[in-house]
Design a protein around this ligand. Structure first.
Ligand SMILES: NC(=O)C1=CN([C@@H]2O[C@H](COP(=O)(O)OP(=O)(O)OC[C@H]3O[C@@H](n4cnc5c(N)ncnc54)[C@H](OP(=O)(O)O)[C@@H]3O)[C@@H](O)[C@H]2O)[C@@H](O)CC1
Ligand SMILES: [K+]
Length: 504
């Protein structure tokens, strides 16, 4: 699913109007009837409704919703904010329709002073002040109104977006001046800012309503952001040749673990095997020998000379992929061979966890990373690598610039894991759940992506399939076990079911 910017939403709006064709006022009515229907399905007509409408088309939607609810017997009070004496044409038409509607008993057009209505528990506020046309943070009277609504005990339904929230960049926004909705009814598709954790407090429960914007327009407009869906992943999956032997299914090298962190090596290795690699060799410190052999008998061990840390760079000619970093620590004696290893590797690489921390403390090395490298930081690791960010948008911008600079892939892990591609595209994962925020979950992802690379997946496909599978396995595990008790090992255990589901 594509995620459009507000400029692209306007383009799509125009495209639909021109090509369906449909009058813009009729498109607004279509959106409003879907909104009104959804509201009526949740709240019956005993609820008192207060509608706050702004001067643009978001306000136009709200006015039309007010009229439709009024016609269905709801008691609706409407406040239209027309401070500058200028309404969008469709907002103006809907203002007149509300004024003519005998079912609306209270309509106030606010041009200067505003005497706010009492908002009580059990009332429903419809927030139609601003939507995708907001172009700067709210201030002055609108900021006061937002604070007033937020402080009230009434439930708030936001139309399209919580007013005050920008569609994309909220880095310099003022959070106290943004509506905190219980429910956001967004039109056609979620906005980019809805994917960021810090904005969940404004959105509440999200519902996306199909208002039948042009499918042709949607496919024609090139989006920089997309959400990965199952239908995107299925065609990417490789079949296993029935005549294949393990040597043809990819040989992966995992460099992981230090003494006390053998678990990271075990998880990455097991996940790599479960994700379909034909053979997995693990390079790990000597002291991990026994535990690795017992925990993952399927893996081949390549022991470092050192007892407790990795201190060697090794040949990768016999491997089709390298996964490096989980639990390796940040000892300088590990860091130096690590960068040598990256330069020396002849196969695709996934670098995670301590690999990223080492790069963060040796900034100059970032220039030496091989093209096509896949980095899988979580937010904190990315901050260490690229400097602290004020919010997720800024962090995402830095990650995408890093991917472009490296000609590589930066996977920022989170609720909606973002894969930043070297060509500037960003793909968000849709699978996964809060139960996966648990130790070792990242090591499992490293193992999965390494396996896919070893199997011969293109790096971008390995990233897409890898994050999707990882999240899906977590979702299937959570369905059976619940989120609270989920462990990284459960994700591995459910990988077979995730594969099966995708291959069905
Ligand atoms: N997707 C679709 O196809 C469809 C979308 N639809 C709906 O259209 C909505 C978008 O409508 P929109 O473009 O008219 O913008 P909207 O959010 O109403 O605000 C514009 C007004 O706000 C003003 N303004 C801006 N910032 C401000 C600030 N900080 N403080 C004060 N004022 C500020 C701005 O003033 P200006 O800067 O232009 O002078 C202008 O007057 C969208 O969210 C959805 O609900 C549906 O109707 C059906 C189809
Ligand atoms: K709104």
């Amino acid at each position: 699913m594509k995620i459009f910017t507000s400029a692209q939403i306007r383009e799509l709006d125009r495209y639909t109007i021109e090509h369906e064709p449909i009058q813009s006022i009729d498109l607004m009515e279509r959106a409003a009837s879907t909104l009104a229907r959804t509201i009526a399905n949740t709240w019956d007509s005993s609820v008192k409704v207060v509608v706050f409408a702004g001067p643009g088309n978001n306000g136009g939607d709200a006015l039309a919703v007010a009229r439709l609810l009024g016609e269905q017997g709801y008691q609706v009070a409407v406040f239209l904010f027309n401070i500058r004496g200028r309404l969008s044409p469709d907002c103006l038409i809907n203002k007149r329709r509300v004024q003519e509607c005998k079912h609306i008993k209270k309509f106030v057009e606010v041009t200067q002073e505003f005497d706010p209505p009492q908002l009580e528990k059990g009332m429903l506020v419809i927030d139609g002040l601003f939507g995708s046309g907001l172009n700067k943070p709210l201030a002055g009277g609108f900021a006061s109104l937002v604070k007033y609504i937020n402080a009230s005990p009434a439930e708030v339904v936001a139309i399209d977006m919580p007013s005050g929230l920008m569609s994309e960049d909220n880095t310099y926004n003022v959070s106290s001046n943004i509506i905190r909705a219980s429910v956001t009814l967004t039109l056609q598709q979620p906005k980019l800012s809805f994917l960021f954790p810090e904005n969940q407090q404004f959105i509440g429960r999200l519902r996306t309503l199909d208002i039948r914007l042009s499918q042709e327009g949607i496919s024609k407009i090139d989006a920089n952001y997309t959400v990965i869906e199952e239908s995107d992943v299925r065609p990417l999956l490789k079949d296993r040749n029935p005549f294949a032997h393990k040597g043809q299914m990819g040989h992966a090298l995992i460099m992981a673990g230090s003494y006390g962190m053998a678990g990271a090596a075990i998880l990455a290795t097991k996940a790599c095997l479960r994700a379909g690699a034909g053979k997995v060799t693990v390079h790990t410190p000597r002291k991990n020998c026994q535990i690795m052999q017992v925990a993952v008998p399927e893996a081949v061990l390549q022991l470092d000379h050192e007892e407790t840390i990795i201190t060697e760079a090794v040949d990768t000619e016999n491997f089709q992929a390298l996964g490096i970093g989980p639990g390796i620590g940040q000892n300088e004696a590990t860091a130096i061979p690590f960068i040598a290893q990256l330069r020396r590797a002849t196969c695709p690489i996934v670098a995670d966890a301590d690999a990223i921390n080492i790069l963060a403390s040796h900034r100059a090395w970032k220039q030496q990373l091989p093209k096509g490298i896949i980095l899988t930081p979580h937010a904190k690791e990315l901050d260490r690598l690229e400097g602290a960010s004020v919010d997720s948008f800024e962090r995402l911008t830095k990650a995408h610039q890093l991917a472009e600079r490296l000609h590589g892939y930066v996977i920022v892990k989170g609720r909606y894991t973002a894969i930043c591609m070297p060509d500037g595209h960003i793909r968000f994962n849709s699978t996964g759940n809060a139960g996966m925020a648990t130790a070792g979950s990242g090591d499992v992802l490293t193992g999965i992506i390494t396996a896919l690379l070893a199997r011969g997946y293109e790096p971008q496909h390995a990233c897409i399939v890898g994050v999707y599978l990882h999240g899906l396995a977590g979702d299937l595990a959570a369905r059976d076990l619940g989120e609270e008790s989920l462990t990284a090992s459960d994700i591995i255990d459910y990988l077979p079911r995730a594969f099966k589901r995708l291959k069905e």
